[in-house]
Design a protein around this ligand. Structure first.
Ligand SMILES: [Zn+2]
Length: 233
C-alpha cells in the first residue's frame, strides 16, 4: 500500500505500508478504516528504527473515532532499512469487557460485577489485584450457584470455605473439576507463596470461564427438563 508520508521539516515522500488495521481499537468492530495523513515520527524515512504514524478513522457512524497505527521496517540492507513498513501497534486501545451470559448473571450478579472489575484491573496492568479479583469472582460464582440450587442452606454456604463448597455441594463433574482447579490457582494468587508458579492469570481466567460455561449448561438443562417434563410429552 503506497502512501504519501509527511516528513520532518515539511515536504512529502513515498512509503510502502504492509496493511491497514482491520479492527477499530475503540469500538472493536472489524472494518476497513479511512486513512488520513501519514507522518514520519522521527528522522529520515530510510534510517534505522524510523517509525511512521498513520492516522485512521473508524467508518462506523456510531464510533467515528480517530486512532493511530504505528509502523516500522524490519528488513535492512547495510545502514539502510528496506521493504514495507509493518504495522506494529494500534492506539489507543480501549478496554473490552468480557462477556458474561444472561443465565450466569441471573445466578450471580455479584460474579459479573467482580469479574468485570478484575478484567478492568488486568487491562490497566494491575495483575496482582486482577488475580485477587478473579479469585473473589470465582467464590461468588460457585457459592451463588449453590445458593441457587439449595437456598435453604444459605448461612452454611456463605460461611464455609470455597474448597468445601466445591467438594461437598457441586455434583456436576465438569463444574466441580474446573472450579476445583480454578480455586487451586486462585488460592495461590491470594497467598504469599505460590505453589503453582507456572500457572498464571490466563489459566485462572480460562478455568473460571469453563466453570461459568458448565454452570450455564447445567442451569439451562435443568430448566428445560423441568419445563418439558417427559410425562407430558
Ligand atoms: Zn470504531
Amino acid at each position: 500500500m503506497k502512501v504519501k508520508v509527511r516528513v520532518v521539516g515539511g515536504g512529502e515522500e513515498s512509503a510502502d505500508l504492509d496493511r491497514k488495521p482491520d479492527v477499530c481499537p475503540i469500538c472493536h468492530h472489524a472494518l476497513d478504516p479511512k486513512q488520513h495523513n501519514v507522518y514520519v515520527a522521527s528522522g529520515q524515512l530510510s534510517a534505522k528504527g524510523t517509525e511512521l504514524e498513520a492516522i485512521y478513522q473508524c467508518t462506523r457512524r456510531e464510533c467515528w473515532r480517530l486512532f493511530v497505527g504505528r509502523y516500522r521496517r524490519t528488513a535492512s540492507q547495510g545502514e539502510k532499512q528496506v521493504g514495507p513498513f509493518k504495522l506494529k501497534e494500534v492506539q489507543p486501545q480501549t478496554f473490552r469487557p468480557p462477556e458474561v451470559s444472561g443465565e450466569v448473571q441471573e445466578i450471580s450478579e455479584s460474579f459479573k460485577e467482580i469479574f468485570l472489575q478484575a478484567a478492568a484491573a488486568e487491562n490497566d496492568g494491575l495483575k496482582e489485584i486482577a488475580g485477587l479479583g478473579y479469585r473473589k469472582a470465582l467464590e461468588f460464582l460457585v457459592k451463588d450457584y449453590c445458593l441457587h440450587k439449595t437456598p435453604e442452606q444459605d448461612e452454611k454456604i456463605k460461611r464455609e470455605a470455597l474448597g468445601s463448597t466445591i467438594e461437598n455441594r457441586i455434583e456436576d463433574p465438569n463444574v466441580k473439576q474446573c472450579a476445583k482447579r480454578a480455586a487451586w490457582i486462585g488460592n495461590d494468587e491470594a497467598h504469599y507463596v505460590r505453589r503453582w508458579v507456572d500457572r498464571v492469570i490466563e489459566d485462572l481466567k480460562i478455568l473460571i470461564e469453563l466453570t461459568s460455561n458448565w454452570i450455564r449448561n447445567c442451569f439451562l438443562t435443568e430448566k428445560y427438563l423441568k419445563e418439558m417434563d417427559s410425562d407430558n410429552a
